[in-house]
Write a protein that binds this ligand. Structure first.
Ligand code: SAM
Length: 178
């Protein structure tokens, strides 16, 4: 399954930490890229540094005009899953979405225009309470991939974690391949 994330909308107060966390979750939970508008460009350097250390080729694409991007992704064969507290419970529709070959998960930064709800193939609620695009993305991406994203490798990593019940075990590091 090819998964991409589109984050739309402007925050009244730009919140770079939430922007970074949305990108980190998209990356670590199996998406191949995140498309965002109205973000500080240094998010790309932040994620590039994470790729450099922990591997993979996750991309941050800064866009203008989410409507045009959404229409293009649909033409490219993506099923559009808009995450919203007003949607259908994720547990009821995750199976159908998991059968899609390409999924574009759409989250809002601030107020989400009505057009997103109308143009989505799925409007998906991760619980019917307001929380955050970071939490919604994490749960949704895990549910539609069944945890497979955590077994995927991140090629070219300079550092790699050895899971441990106590402490931190990391192999590699700057200049030492893993
Ligand atoms: N107030 C905005 C609105 O009503 O459009 C939403 C702001 S919310 C902090 C940011 C994003 O988090 C939402 O656009 C949605 O993508 C996601 N989100 C928040 N709660 C959610 C929930 N219960 N289920 C799915 N997505 C949720």
């Amino acid at each position: 399954m090819l998964v991409e994330v589109l984050r739309i909308g402007q925050r009244l107060v730009r919140d770079d930490r939430t922007t970074t966390h949305a990108a980190l979750v998209a990356r670590a939970f199996g998406a191949s890229r995140i498309l965002m508008d109205d973000v500080a460009p240094d998010i790309r350097e932040t994620i590039s540094a994470v790729n450099g250390t922990w591997g993979g080729s996750f991309e941050v694409e800064i866009i203008e005009g989410w409507r045009r991007v959404l229409a293009q992704k649909r033409r490219d064969g993506f099923a559009v899953a808009h995450l919203t507290m007003y949607g259908e419970p994720v547990e009821e529709i995750q199976g159908r979405i998991a059968s899609e070959e390409r999924v574009l998960a759409v989250v809002g930064a601030g107020k989400v225009p009505r057009g997103v709800y109308d143009s989505a193939d799925y409007n998906v609620a991760v619980g019917s309470q307001p929380h955050s695009e970071v939490a919604a993305l994490a749960v949704f991406l895990d549910r539609i991939q069944g945890g497979a994203q955590f077994r995927a490798g991140f090629a070219g990593a300079r550092s790699r974690i050895i899971p441990s019940g106590t402490g931190k075990r990391v192999v590699g590091g700057p200049g030492r391949p893993t």
